[in-house]
Design a protein. Structure first.
Length: 145
């Protein structure tokens, strides 16, 4: 057995280097919103919603009456919980939907379109109608980015 004095000793607690907390990196969208304190314009909202693969689907499902998160998540194969949560948070932030906590047993959450959300959905309908009216061989309809 080795004597106590032969073992290397640790520095006293006050002289040990402290662990630093690493902050998660902010999402580009969150950084943009933090830098720009004003509310997004309707054009920015349309761009954000139309530019996302799942936003139109989630919005259409809420309009169709699928208002619970689990139902929304099951409505499309490949739609993950994380992505759904991000889309719902964006819609809440934009004022397109509102969250209702239902106190029934079991307690649950439902999402509904706001009056602004109903009007906003009309814009999305017009975009879809425009897309459907274009001929399949039209250069605008077939252009890829």
């Amino acid at each position: 057995m080795r004597p106590e004095s032969a073992t290397p000793s640790q520095p006293p607690p006050e002289s040990r280097p402290r662990a630093r907390r690493i902050e998660p990196q902010a999402q580009p969208e969150a950084v943009a919103l933090a830098q720009d304190a004003r509310a997004p314009t309707v054009a920015e909202m349309v761009e954000s919603v139309v530019g996302c693969k799942w936003s139109l689907h989630v919005l259409a499902q809420i309009r169709a009456g699928n208002v619970r998160p689990g139902t929304l998540e099951r409505s499309a194969p490949g739609l993950t919980h994380k992505v759904l949560s991000e889309r719902l948070a964006k819609f809440l932030r934009f004022g397109i939907i509102e969250r209702h906590e239902i106190a029934a047993r079991p307690a649950h959450v439902e999402y509904r379109l706001t009056p602004f959300g109903e009007r906003f959905a009309g814009i999305i309908d017009e975009v879809e109608r425009l897309q459907q009216s274009l001929a399949p061989n039209d250069a605008v309809a077939t252009r890829t980015t």
